[in-house]
Design a binder for this molecule. Structure first.
Ligand SMILES: Cc1cc2nc3c(=O)[nH]c(=O)nc-3n(C[C@H](O)[C@H](O)[C@H](O)COP(=O)(O)OP(=O)(O)OC[C@H]3O[C@@H](n4cnc5c(N)ncnc54)[C@H](O)[C@@H]3O)c2cc1C
Length: 255
């Protein structure tokens, strides 16, 4: 299938590529970079072979008190199901873009909660793997396969107040296309604050910029290119290293 990443990716950057569609669980991911919903990707004009799960992996259901979802299912769909079934625990996914596979691979979340807090098991195509056995951390999980399916712990009672709080945080995010936070927060600091201190809040290169609203959001103001975005990322890394002796690590995945 042809995917135009200028349309498909959240950051609206990248060329059009032929992307392999994964239709069965026997798929060998070895040479491929797995694309989820491309909400956390900065896609270049020259990538490794790409593969994406087929839409048949977009489903979710509650079974025996746990929530089971296909790897391609948007997190928002999980929240909708939880609301309908009055189940709590996944409210933090409200407004957090991405598919189940990408959310797990990134251990996505907010300051004090992330996907692995709720993940029971996932399946690379050869049966359930206990989530507790996987090395993971802040916006990181050591995955060695394609997540086809996953199961989440839920409990009685969807918390609408919590959902409203999470949506209020999201409402403060920049409205332009982005991939969320560009850099991980270094230990004991906020990447956004460091970027601001080195004069990069609102700093622009062509169509790409560090948002004037939230410096750690790399945004596409219109027509941004991969080269412009990478230039900004490298400039930020260099300035923060020189000024604070801190090595910034990108949270977004550069493909
Ligand atoms: C406006 C905005 C706000 C955001 N806010 C947050 C936030 O608050 N917290 C947060 O944590 N993130 C946030 N993000 C980033 C993004 O939502 C998450 O990283 C999300 O988990 C990405 O999911 P995806 O399906 O789009 O994955 P992609 O971006 O397509 O891929 C991300 C990684 O997951 C891997 N992957 C994707 N699918 C699979 C699969 N099926 N099996 C194995 N590996 C897979 C990819 O190879 C890649 O390494 C935000 C993004 C945007 C655009």
């Amino acid at each position: 299938m042809l995917i135009n990443f200028q349309k498909y990716s959240a950051l609206k950057i990248g060329s059009t590529f032929e992307v392999e569609t994964i239709v069965d669980r026997g798929f060998d991911p070895a040479p491929f970079f797995i694309v989820g919903n491309a909400c956390n990707l900065l896609v270049s004009d020259s990538t490794p072979p790409l593969a994406v799960l087929d839409r048949s992996f977009d489903y979710c259901r509650v079974e025996g008190g746990i929530l089971i979802a296909g790897g391609k299912t948007p997190g928002g769909k999980l929240v909708s199901l939880c609301k309908r079934a009055d189940l709590g625990g996944l409210e933090f996914l409200s407004g957090l873009p991405g598919s189940v596979g990408g959310l797990i691979a990134m251990n996505a979340g907010l300051k004090d909660r992330s996907v692995f807090d709720r993940l029971l098991w996932f399946d690379f195509g050869r049966g359930a793997i206990d989530a507790a056995s996987i090395e993971r951390g802040y916006r990181f999980a050591s995955l060695k396969g394609v997540v086809f399916e996953a199961a989440f712990k839920v409990e009685r009672g969807f918390d609408h107040t919590l959902e409203a709080q999470f949506l209020a945080i999201r409402a403060k995010h920049p409205k332009e296309p982005s991939a969320g936070s560009c850099f991980k927060n270094p230990v004991g600091a906020y990447a956004g604050e460091l970027l601001e201190k080195v004069g990069l809040k609102g700093f622009r290169r062509g169509g790409a910029a560090f948002s004037g609203k939230h410096a750690n959001f790399l945004v596409n103001l219109g027509g941004a290119t991969f080269d412009q975005a990478i230039w900004l990322i490298n400039e930020a890394k260099q300035r923060v290293l020189e000024r604070f002796n801190t090595a910034l690590e990108t949270e977004i995945k550069i493909v």
